[in-house]
Design a protein around this ligand. Structure first.
Ligand code: HEC
Ligand code: HEC
Length: 499
């Protein structure tokens, strides 16, 4: 009896409703054709209006401080970038978590809405996939010769790369695409790009090879010529040449340094604390073998299967990749394992030498550097494994120790003071020449003085040139809306952590 009562109490009440309308879910399906039709339209329309039309109508943030217009070539390069589907593998924005993850790589800064303002960034290149690294800040992370080699065939520089070749592009298109990639990332990118060029000029002069990098395959040296160039432009030869030149340059008395300018230049790329540092890992079969494996996975594209710096990439690269096969390479002023560690970690500005800081583990960098010291004794010979007795123990050359006494560590750059902390060009100069301190300089024949101040000035000049060229081109191609002229005066800001 009680059961019947409760059943009754819960029985649904059927109200009258217009024909075609459901009165209760259990009685008839709620999804009537009418509801599906109008509901469907509604469901698609709302996100479309909010996410697309609202943005198109109302998204016009003021340009960010970092925004910079593209030069004429770069703007053309952007079209080539779109036409070749680069956007399907490379995104164009960085989030906070990317920045922490890839500090040494191409993620130095979090994207802001104002970075995507004006017609220069339309249509946007955000992309959705990161099959390759994000390129929103790519400018200046590599010199242009690296970009050229990499576009021709990514395997030339990155043996395991899955990026397709773009060697069907014409020289003209390569140049435009490179200009675009180098200017991506606004003002901060222009500073880095300028830094690459200054560093390259200095490096080529220091090596006694002031020739500009080959732009086209046709103009490039043949492989055999490059091989000869490696030997001739190598630093041992330069050292000999300089010993002779030292006597001839009687007029340069003020240059007191005991080091050859080339060696001094190479050394000062590296933070002083690494100059005489030895490998913290023990020399073991495992460490050497692991080091060789990494070398073959990552480095042979440029340094060559034999480690002599002769590879398919070589013809594009100036300076050419380092030759590890000689005893002199293993034992010179600037080739301690600490210095090498530092160069692999952060790369060498102005050269194709990349930074591997966020792609290799710290201990793996130490291992590959250890392995490099076996190459002169046959550590890279095919069909064998590197052995402990092939390892060459670097010892600090006496002239290096003397040089360090003359230039103590305390003189190194202090970036914590107020007046140095906000100088973007000085910061970039110091990023290139990390071993140098303000007020310190040396001379490179054919280039002039190398000092942080002069580098900062050269970088600033090049930066201003690029920025002005960009603005002129922006106006010429009817870029809109035109940001206030004062935007141009806002100094670039570089990520200090990357220092
Ligand atoms: C199939 C996917 C794919 C396509 C398409 C593609 N890339 Fe890549 N790209 C990659 C991958 C993967 C890497 C990382 C490995 C390497 O360096 O080659 C990369 C690396 C790069 C880098 C180097 C980034 C750095 O600093 O290390 C640049 C620059 C680049 N790509 C530009 C382009 C351009 C320009 C295009 C179009 C012409 C393009 N990519 C098309 C996958 C792709
Ligand atoms: C894209 C080409 C490229 C790749 C890839 C590359 N290098 Fe280099 N590397 C160069 C060039 C060019 C130089 C010449 C600059 C110099 O001598 O400092 C160089 C220089 C170096 C130096 C400094 C030599 C010295 O004392 O001046 C070391 C160490 C080095 N590479 C190690 C490596 C290791 C280890 C790898 C792989 C993890 C690697 N490189 C990958 C191009 C490359």
């Amino acid at each position: 009896m009680a059961e019947k009562d409760s059943k009754k109490r819960w029985e649904p009440i059927y109200r009258s409703a217009p024909p075609g309308w459901a009165t209760h879910p259990r009685k008839r399906m709620l999804m009537t054709p009418m509801l599906i039709f109008f509901g469907g339209i509604f469901a698609f329309a709302v996100p479309t209006i909010v996410a697309a039309f609202f943005q198109m109508a109302f998204f016009s943030p003021p340009v960010s401080d970092n925004w910079a217009p593209y030069g004429e070539q770069a703007a053309r390069g952007r079209e080539i970038y779109l036409a070749n589907g680069c956007v399907y593998c490379h995104s164009g924005f960085t989030r906070p978590q990317d920045v922490r993850h890839g500090l040494y790589y191409t993620y130095p800064r979090i994207s802001l809405p104002g970075d995507y303002a004006t017609s220069d960034e339309a249509p946007n290149l955000w992309g959705t996939a990161r099959i390759g690294p994000d390129l929103s800040q790519e400018g200046g992370f590599h010199p242009s010769d690296w970009q050229r080699a990499h576009f021709s065939d990514p395997r030339f520089t990155t043996p395991n790369s899955i990026m397709p070749r773009f060697n069907f592009l014409s020289d003209d298109e390569f140049e435009a695409l490179t200009a675009f990639v180098q200017q991506r990332g606004g003002k901060a990118a222009l500073v880095r790009y300028a830094g690459q060029q200054v560093a390259k000029d200095g490096m080529l002069a220091a090596m006694g090879m002031p020739a500009p990098p080959a732009k086209s395959e046709a103009e490039a040296m043949t492989l055999a010529e490059v091989a000869r160039g490696v030997k001739m432009g190598g630093f041992m030869q330069m050292n000999m040449g300089m010993d002779m030149g030292g006597g001839m340059e009687g007029g340069e008395e003020e240059h007191q340094s005991i080091l050859h300018p080339h060696d001094e230049y190479m050394l000062n790329f590296v933070d002083r604390t690494y100059w005489v540092m030895s490998n913290p890992l023990p020399v073991t079969d495992y460490n050497l073998l692991r080091g060789r494996m990494i070398f073959q996975e990552r480095c042979i594209g440029c340094h060559g299967v034999g480690g002599a710096g002769v590879s398919l990439a070589t013809r594009f690269l100036r300076p050419v990749p380092f030759d590890f096969t000689t005893q002199e390479a293993a034992q010179s002023v600037f080739t301690s394992e600490g210095s090498w560690y530092y160069k692999v970690l952060r790369g060498v500005r102005g050269t194709a030498m990349e930074n591997f800081g966020s792609r290799l583990r710290v201990d793996d960098i130490w291992r590959v550097v250890m392995f490099l010291k076996t190459i002169p004794n046959g550590g890279l010979v095919a069909g064998s494994v590197p052995t402990i007795d092939q390892y060459y123990q670097w010892t600090p050359p006496p002239e290096l120790l003397q040089y360090m006494k003359q230039n103590p560590v305390e003189k190194a750059f202090d970036f914590t003071t107020e007046d140095t902390a906000d100088e973007p060009f000085l910061l970039e100069a110091h990023r290139i020449m990390n071993g140098m301190a303000p007020g310190y300089s040396f001379h490179i024949p054919g280039f002039g003085d190398v000092s942080l101040e002069r580098f900062a000035q050269l970088i600033e000049e090049e930066y201003n040139r690029l920025l002005e060229e960009g603005w002129d081109a922006f106006i010429a191609r009817d870029g809109h809306p035109i940001p206030p002229a004062s935007q141009m005066e806002i100094p670039p800001e570089l990520s200090k952590e990357l220092r």
